[in-house]
Design a protein around this ligand. Sequence first.
Ligand code: NAD
Ligand code: UGA
Length: 464
Amino acid sequence: MVISKICCIGAGYVGGPTCSVMALKCPNICVTVVDRSAERIAQWNSDKLPIYEPGLDDVVKKCRNVNLFFSTDVETAIREADLIFISVNTPTKTFGNGKGRAADLKYVESAARLIAEIAQSNKIVVEKSTVPVRAAESIMHILRANQKPGIRYDILSNPEFLAEGTAVDDLLHPDRVLIGGEETSEGHQALEKLSWVYQHWIPKENIITTNTWSSELSKLAANAFLAQRISSINSLSAVCEATGADVSEVARAVGLDSRIGSKFLQASVGFGGSCFQKDILNLVYICEGLNLPQVAEYWQQVIHMNEYQKTRFSQKIIECLFNTVSDKRISIFGFAFKKNTGDTRETPAITVCKTLLEEGAKLDIYDPKVEPEQIIDDLTHPCVTDSPEDVKKAVQIHSDPYSAVRGTHAIVLCTEWDEFIGLDYKRIFQSMMKPAYIFDGRKILDHDHLQQIGFHVQTIGKKL
Ligand code: NAD
Ligand code: UGA
């Protein structure tokens, strides 16, 4: 069997870009991305895609309605596909057993049940979502328990390593593609078929294969390692602030050791995004279930350190502003969890804004890509506040950074958008209350220049 039709269940940050690049690179394969959200599918079929990702518009425009389709007709896409990616969300459970830690697999399970119900021919089912170790076993159980005569299912694990903001480039030039499969001859054949799809644009030596459980664990491990590096450098940023060392200099000196490497050593207000925290919590939960409390505690500390960093930065703002921000107006530069995305899931900006709002501040927020409704939604979420109406009164969203600073006491930079580097800070200083403060949570601004203008500047990992 050659793969000629692919279906992807879940048109989110992973399913959308992954399948768009796959369609671009495999003109001989028809790729259909389905979602149960009609709104999301309509956006994928419109001029304004549901996610902002550099380079994605061009890829979608080239392939859409040629060999790339976005549809709510899940049944037809499943029925016709040779290979099906499950790329649905796997959020942290908010209820019951494992609440606040375990991954909620209800969407993965519902996708598996849908496949079992609809399939009328052999399918290779690929777990693309990030899942706990041995989740493929559950998918396998569901599919095989509902197997119709003559139909065969093969299950593969193929975790995704793209990062938001660089997704298209990451998909075009991945460090590696990982495929885990069953150690049987059928399992091997299925694995070869998925590998063949990737070989359309990825050198064979960059496609690595493992058993299914190693593949599932490698994904959690990779995210845990990346987050651990950020927590490590952030922990040292506190030491730098207390001693006069500069965390950027420390990161450079440490990172030049080729055994350590320089990437992911940028101290910050803390890491955000939909996955680092979720996946580490999941790893911790798995370790506890395996009766490995020391291992669980080790990884839990990465999350604790991140919480500490977010709180430490927020407290520093309040302390510097004479221990009170009540009724003070504060500009927030950037709300997304990193630059080049409009995604706000677990963004550190929520923690910073929430702390300032609780202390009675009024916020003027500007982000180049996050929709105003999303910011209000995030800040009025029941987990964030008890009083949505008060929040709405205290928050103003701006479409321009210069309007967001008029008459404010301080700027708090939460996201490292490039445009913040090139702003006219003399003009900004003139329009602000005095003394004017800047809290650079991303270490991207020219602090000497800002001090020359007259700003009081505070940043991460350096006493100024
Ligand atoms: P997302 O929330 O953006 O998208 C998931 C989509 O799946 C949603 O549109 C939802 O409507 C749809 N869906 C859920 N159940 C469905 C069903 N039964 N039928 C049809 N559609 C259904 O999530 P995401 O950010 O794309 O993440 C997906 C998975 O990939 C997660 O497991 C995540 O951990 C992992 N991952 C994410 C990233 C990232 O950068 N966001 C990177 C690597 C891996
Ligand atoms: C991360 C991983 O990098 C991807 O490989 C993985 O596929 C993905 O999670 C996932 O599983 O969802 P992503 O969260 O999109 O990707 O973005 P990152 O670039 O990893 O940044 C995560 C957070 O860490 C951001 O808030 C970023 O600002 C912060 N960060 C990153 C730092 O504070 N310092 C750094 O040096 C690097």
